[in-house]
Design a protein around this ligand. Structure first.
Ligand code: 5GP
Length: 189
């Protein structure tokens, strides 16, 4: 998606050889027009797949997932990283290793929001080692539902995640694919 690539080139900061900072439009401050257009793009790519639910993980996946749900006219569920006082115990749960925090955490989804009949589109902001997406897929499968596809905003194709997801049989659609970072610059595939 050219608009996203331009935004990454102009506003993204390469922090090291594997980490990109895009907190001015995706991970902290949000660009609503861009989020809206990315939601439409995911909806276009998965049109005709009879998706019934979009599933993401808090926090950075939520904005683009909501826009995708809006475009597909289906509900959006986000996996939580922490239980709250109002969370029930009737949960799907799996452990996910965080690429940015370098620690493992349980992620949870209330059983009321996923059903065996659901055809799920998983959405996330970044794809690195695939841990977050595989964790979400695990939760979808615990519900007996199916994963129709995985939509990623920024895929770092030089890391193993995309290969792992495809090997596991998932259709992966990424809006920007990064081949490498060099001298502070982003090189797209
Ligand atoms: P994975 O689970 O695929 O290893 O990593 C994906 C998750 O780690 C995403 O949900 C995202 O929050 C975070 N992440 C991975 N790579 C980057 C990156 O280069 N920049 C930022 N800001 N987050 C990343």
């Amino acid at each position: 998606m050219e608009l996203l690539k331009t935004k990454i080139q102009t506003d993204g900061q390469v922090l090291n050889d594997s980490l990109l900072k895009v907190d001015s439009f995706l991970n902290h401050q949000l660009d609503p027009q861009l989020m809206f257009k990315m939601g439409q793009e995911f909806a276009k790519r998965f049109q005709g797949e009879a998706i019934t639910k979009v599933v993401t993980i808090e926090a950075s996946g939520i904005a683009v997932a909501v826009m995708t749900g809006l475009a597909l006219n289906v509900p959006v569920v986000f996996a939580r990283k922490k239980k709250s006082v109002v969370t029930t115990d009737d949960l799907y749960c799996t452990r996910v290793y965080s690429f940015t925090k370098k620690e493992s955490n349980d992620i949870i989804v209330d059983r009321r929001f996923l059903h065996a009949s659901d055809k799920v589109l998983i959405i996330d902001d970044f794809l690195a080692n695939g841990e977050a997406a595989l964790g979400l897929a695990n939760i979808v499968h615990q519900a007996g539902a199916s994963v129709t596809g995985i939509g990623i905003v920024i895929e770092k194709s030089f890391q193993p995640g995309a290969g792992k997801l495809k090997q596991a049989g998932y259709r992966v659609e990424s809006l920007a694919k990064i081949a490498s970072f060099s001298n502070g610059k982003v090189n797209f595939l």
